[in-house]
Design a binder for this molecule. Sequence first.
Ligand code: NDP
Ligand code: MG
Length: 397
Amino acid sequence: MEQITVLGATGSIGVSTLDVLARHRDRYQVYALTASSRWQLLAEQVLEHRPRYAVMSDAAAAEALRESLSTTDCTTEVLAGEQALVEVASASCVDTVMAAIVGAAGLLPSFAAVESGKKVLLANKEVLVMAGGLFMAEARRSGAEILPIDSEHNAIFQCLPLQKALAAGCELDSLGVRKILLTASGGPFRDTPLVDLAQVTPEQACAHPNWDMGQKISVDSATMMNKGLELIEACWLFNCSADDIEVLIHPQSVIHSMVEYVDGSVLAQLGNPDMRTPIAHALGWPERVASGVASLDMVAAARLDFGAPDYERFPCLQLAQQAASMGRTAPAVLNAANEVAVAAFLRGELAFTDIAEVNKRVLLAAHLTEPVDLDVVQLADTEARQHAQRLIVAGLS
Ligand code: NDP
Ligand code: MG
């Protein structure tokens, strides 16, 4: 039995992961489930999957979970705090870790999984944006296998030759790859008149036309910062530069990304927009396991449209491209500013269009350094958060 820890079990990716795992109880055993504050949902998941450990990063939530489980026959041990997240991500008996915490909060547990040589199913893209060089170097040292869960990156992984997966460090052009086509739906505001964007609400921003996701990534999809983060994520995962990647708007989200070869062949991965497909792909890899996802009905899909991204509408995408070329701690700075700006937007304290403005000002003012270790990355993250917060409090004046 493969022992698996699911970091961020109560989130959108976590719930989809447990759905796939429940279809293969003969193959996977849940070792630990983790969450931040939603202890009631975690309690339900614990009672169903009976892991050895349940971890809440929030201490009061851990106490509530412990109390609720004490009235049942469940023997799961409840732990609290970040160190416990790191422990269940790196425990020697764990084979596989699903890294599905949202944002920089996942940095240390995800890194611990890589450091201890696990098979790491990586959904938590922010940590690769912050510290991709350190993650990839550590994976090469420890022998950890990083399998992308982000649907686009999982699609690209599936379209690349097998040798690429086996030798993560090799150059794309040595495999005959000309470019990567990273697809994007364009989110809920693809056709909204530009003058109306400043007034859009968190509810509108979170109503993605194709995907049902957590709030943070939903807002990132609406600003297209998500595609910018994904561009940086792809550079690290596939050992290429931003110039090797073309972002393509594809509103239907049926093609999840493509790879073009020097002979003119373009390989695409298609499927219904359901994260259980990339999750099952990475869980089973190199075999295939069932995910519960319905067959793709090509007749119903009928047409696939494509277009170029509009940078006036989506300045965050351009900022991410800029951060990728600036290098050093620029992606970590941009990610931190964005997390603070998105949280403020969700609380109703920042206009939608000011997310990009905060991100731009913080990125351009940052003192960049070489991300030689996680401390440097975390310092850049903290300073960028403080700057973003100051700008928001001051009303961007
Ligand atoms: P959600 O917001 O739905 O879930 C986040 C999970 O992380 C929850 O379990 C949450 O716990 C936990 N969490 C939040 N803050 C902390 C913290 N400070 N410490 C520890 N745990 C924490 O996010 P998603 O599932 O949508 O996304 C997860 C990651 O996957 C993100 O990085 C996202 O970009 C990526 N991703 C998601 C996709 C999707 O379809 N949802 C697609 C591609 C990538 P609690 O519930 O208690 O708050
Ligand atoms: Mg994606």
